[in-house]
Design a protein around this ligand. Structure first.
Ligand code: MIG
Length: 822
């Protein structure tokens, strides 16, 4: 190979993120001196490099290293909350090492060479630098190698296709528009440089806060080490210790912030396609749902609603009266969502371009001239969303859309994607005048999409004060869930992609983004009715439930596959609506704790090694196991039940785990298992969340006979405002106590000031082996009978279940069901 082609090769490898293979790494050497010792941190000089280890909370360590001896400016786009209090840190110095410790952990920094080891309070190693490499650099690139125990597994890393368990894989963080990606494609649209390591039932998390192109390698490059690093900036990472995955997600999202509670309607079924091109077609689609009694809350307008792809405009011919259309569809219970792309057409008669130029909100080339690139509208300028002024300008532009009644904000192409250049994005030397100073696109690329969603969220929230915005994005970064839900981009109508949807959504969830979903049916291609039906079933338990299709492809609405599939699809969407009170409670939990609804089995049961890498089933919340059918022609499903008793949602059959069982899964059945001890809230079917409030609220109690008790939380509020922040919500604990002769269910008095309209409460008690001798509410016996009307209480017994009707009240409700046994 001659010199020229060799250097070309190096360049290509660098572009592919394979620089580690060719880089000349210089490992950090011995500590020279202490630069500073503060109450919770130690700063050291080692050769040219500077290193800081800080304990930012009793169980969270932050490490920074810069080979130049000077740290980069200490700002972050991801970390919003500085730790509320500095933990009490003990410092110990010996000839061999420095020790920083809290009651929960100890960081040992050996002096020669400088290596960092974290141990927990029992002395067990959590994570440690690899003795051979440790931290290192090559030019501006920084990296750390850590030892990789043979039985440690890695999860998360945001939007990653392929295997759920990332051990033996490597990946890159670089937001990329890759239509029709495959299991091997990397990187994809979103970058979340966070992973969870699980080993022998214990977990820790690592978040590398560096927005440059970065990469992770879990044993691909070398068998016994894993490594991560970035092309420039500080090596800057946080280690979250604590043991269980939920706690780690809670601590991680305490630092980065959490998903705001979404509007309830955004959890309804959503229908999209590229594009419903005219008002007439949009009305037809709406009519298609209502006339077939298929529930739906949201219809999307893709790029063709605009005037020549000019953002914030309407095509006057095809959408002559957007306000009227949105109003009429609103009366039928639909919300309308529209797509917005970042590229602003450089058309001197186009208002957004004119005001953008005047306000100087676009990114520039290094020579100070406007940067432009081709996207759908032709030549475009790109707003600098990293600059507050540009986000504000962007947000104000939504007024015309908000005034037309539009309520959903789909942010696309924000990697950002540029058509006419080989890099497919903005030139890396383009200048951003960011809130944290001037910098290049190389540093801002991965956060561009997130900052676009931030401008969208904040802008719409200002325009519609008191209403929760719904934003959906394709590109994002760690922390993006503060502004937006995310979907998994341009997938394909194939069974392989149905499987990929599960692992991508799970990895996104446990990387901090709880509000996720994939294009149901597959974006590119033509799904069979069976594939669409199965994908829709998975969609019931992805927080975002949206079907979509590429342009010039067959229709993919749920009624497009023949009558028998239509009725399967109708029942599947109805199932979603029945479960909305449960799904909403789980979303509220995620917004409060950072623990996502969709969880891999191993996340919920870190001690069960057989769950490593499992994606054939997952948990939704603590209490529901979802086992979607993911293969063609499959009419049964093998399910791995964790320890405890599990009820088959469809047959009520109880099975004690751990167990491997096979259940029937005809085309119209999504296998579901409810953990014994659960009180499952469901509602009546409606055609949209706007149609009617919950009435009755059904609480189905699945007794835990073995343990004798169980507890579930229920959450509800008005579903659209921020009044819950001021106490207007309803929270209630439902406890149950079971033995062979009695089942007692106690609804706590409701917490919070939210009072739903008066309604009936239906309580269904499962697994009651015989007709009860008495049923009491608050100590007063009630009569069996038919389902009574207003104000009355009654119960009935049928096929192993007691059903009880009463008025829902805010007071404590105690139900006692007694059996003759004993
Ligand atoms: O270059 O707006 O992923 O969902 O339908 C394609 C048209 C642009 C890509 C999105 C897709 C959307 C499409 N967009």
């Amino acid at each position: 190979m001659n010199k020229r082609s060799r250097s070309l090769c190096t360049l290509l490898l660098a572009a592919l993120g394979l620089t580690t293979a060719t880089a000349q790494w210089k490992s950090i050497g011995p500590v020279d001196r202490i630069v500073a010792l503060e109450s919770n941190s130690l700063t050291l000089k080692a050769g040219a490099a500077i290193v800081q280890v800080a304990l930012i909370s009793p169980s969270v360590v932050r490490v920074r290293m810069n080979p130049s001896g000077v740290f980069a400016s200490d700002h972050s786009w991801a970390v919003l909350q500085p730790p509320s209090s500095t933990p009490h840190v003990q410092f110990l110095e010996s000839t061999a090492s420095y020790d920083l410790s809290t009651p929960n952990l100890r960081v040992t920094i050996t002096r020669n060479p400088l290596r960092i080891r974290i141990t927990d309070s029992s002395g067990t190693i959590v994570a440690e630098d690899d003795p051979a490499n440790g931290m290192a650099w090559s030019g501006s690139e920084v990296r750390v190698w850590k030892t990789m125990p043979i039985d440690e597994h890695y999860y998360g890393l945001g939007e990653k296709a392929g295997l759920l368990d990332r051990r033996q894989t490597a990946c890159t963080m670089w937001n990329s528009d890759i239509p029709a990606y495959t299991a091997d494609t990397d990187p994809l649209y979103q970058s979340i440089p966070f992973f969870l390591a699980i080993r022998q039932g214990r977990a820790y998390g690592v978040f590398m806060d560096n927005s440059f192109r970065s990469s992770f390698d879990f044993g691909k490059e070398s068998r016994n080490t894993y490594a991560f690093g970035a092309e420039a900036g500080d090596l800057n990472y946080y280690v979250f210790t604590g043991g269980n995955p939920e706690e780690i997600l809670t601590n991680y999202t305490a630092l980065l912030g959490r998903m705001p509670l979404p509007p309830l309607w955004s959890l309804g079924y959503q229908q999209c396609r590229w594009s419903y091109p005219t008002e007439k077609r949009v009305r037809e689609i709406a009519e298609g749902f209502r006339s077939r009694a298929i529930p739906c809350d949201v219809i999307y307008l893709d790029i063709d609603y605009m005037d020549g792809y000019r953002i914030f405009t309407f095509n006057k011919k095809n959408f002559p009266d957007p306000t009227g259309m949105v109003r009429d569809l609103g009366a039928q219970g639909f919300k309308i969502a529209v797509i917005v792309d970042p590229g602003i057409k450089t058309d001197s008669s186009y208002s957004a371009f004119k005001t953008g130029l005047a306000d100087n909100v676009f990114v520039h080339k290094p020579d100070g001239t406007l940067y432009t690139g081709k996207v759908w509208p032709g030549v475009c300028a790109f707003p600098d969303f990293t600059m507050e002024k540009a986000r504000t300008w962007w947000g104000e532009n939504f007024k015309v859309l908000v005034d037309a009644g539009i309520r959903g904000w789909w942010n696309d192409m924000n990697e950002p994607s540029v058509f006419d250049v080989p890099t497919k994005t903005i030139d890396l030397d383009v200048i951003h005048d960011s809130d944290h100073g001037k910098t290049t696109h190389a540093e801002m690329h991965n956060i561009y999409g997130m900052e676009m969603t931030r401008g969208t969220y904040d802008g719409v929230r200002r325009l519609l004060p008191g209403e929760r915005p719904f934003v959906l994005t394709r590109a994002s970064y760690a922390g993006g869930w503060r502004y937006s839900a995310a979907w998994t981009g341009d997938n394909v109508s194939s069974w392989e992609h149905l499987n990929l949807a599960v692992s991508i959504c799970l990895n996104l969830s446990i990387s901090g983004q709880p509000f996720v979903g994939s294009d149901i049916g597959g974006f590119i291609g033509h799904p069979s009715g069976e594939l669409f039906a199965r994908w829709l079933e998975l969609g019931v338990f992805t927080p975002l439930m949206r079907a979509h299709s590429v342009i010039n492809e067959v229709n993919k609405e749920p009624w497009e596959y023949g009558d028998s599939i239509t009725s399967v699809n109708r029942r599947t969407i109805e199932l979603r609506y029945r479960f909305l009170p449960f799904i909403y409670s789980e979303m509220e939990r995620a917004s409060r704790t950072g623990v996502p609804p969709m969880r891999p089995m191993i996340f919920a049961y870190p001690g069960m090694d057989s769950f490593h890498g499992v994606t054939s089933q997952f948990m939704f919340g603590d209490n529901l196991l979802v086992a979607p059918v993911l293969d063609e022609f499959e009419r049964t499903k093998e399910v791995l039940l964790p320890p405890g008793t599990w009820y088959d949602y469809w047959t009520d059959e109880a099975t004690n785990g751990p167990a491997r069982i096979r259940v029937d899964a005809p085309l119209d059945r999504l296998p579901l298992f409810v953990r014994a001890g659960t009180a499952l809230p469901t509602r009546q079917v409606v055609q949209s969340t706007a149609q009617a409030p919950i009435d009755p609220l059904t609480i189905t109690v699945y007794p835990d006979i073995k343990n004798g008790r169980g507890r579930t939380d229920y959450y509800e509020d008005d579903g659209h405002s921020f009044a819950y922040e001021k106490g207007s919500y309803l929270r209630r604990e439902i406890e149950q106590y079971a033995d062979s002769s009695q089942l007692r269910v106690v609804f706590s008095r409701t917490e919070g000031s939210y009072a739903p309209a008066s309604r009936r409460l239906a309580v269904v008690l499962k697994n009651i082996p015989e007709r009860p001798t008495s049923v009491k509410i608050n100590g007063v016996g009630i009569f069996p009978g038919r389902i009574p009307h207003e104000e009355l209480q009654a119960w009935s017994y049928e096929s192993g279940s007691v059903m009880l009707w009463m008025n829902d009240t805010r007071d404590r409700i105690e139900i006692t069901v007694s059996l003759a046994r004993r």
